[in-house]
Write a protein that binds this ligand. Sequence first.
Ligand code: GLN
Length: 187
Amino acid sequence: MKIGVSGIQGDFREHKQMLEKMGIETLVVRKPEELDFVDALIIPGGESTTMIRIMKMTGFYEALKNKIIEGFPVFGTCAGMIVLSNEVVNFPQDSLKAIDIKVERNAYGRQVDSFETDVNLKFSSDPFRAIFIRAPKVVEYDNSVEVLSEYENSPILLRQGKILVASFHPELTDDVRVHEYFIEMVK
Ligand code: GLN
């Protein structure tokens, strides 16, 4: 198994390091044709407008969209969640429409208001330290979307089919449990 990490923009190195720590082979992908060399993709945190703009410019958007339709597993954290969402409600921007959620950008405060808190994961008994950095909030989601974690009554980790999204940044902790969950989805 080889997991791709989108190196288009954002904190892809942290995802790569986490996967390596788990003993998983990774490839940083930037070009559409590189998607054919990996079994799944992680879209990191960063700046979603920039990511989408570059994806559209390079053909990465179209190539990834087609793969997703065929069932290609993708995990998006923070900006990655925005990129995968159906709609961004407070900002006119394009997205991949890969998961039936609507998100509000920068809903958990500005950079200076970034925070950490313990949350529960549906698939694990111990709390998980969730790091939020100008995080998107899910304001609407379809019945078929499974909520795997919540913070103050809002879903922050969600799954629909082979798509997994997190408002927070598991890649910035030492805790591999959310990444492990994704790897199980890929298998
Ligand atoms: N605020 C960023 C955006 O809207 C996301 C922040 C992050 O990924 N940490 O794209």
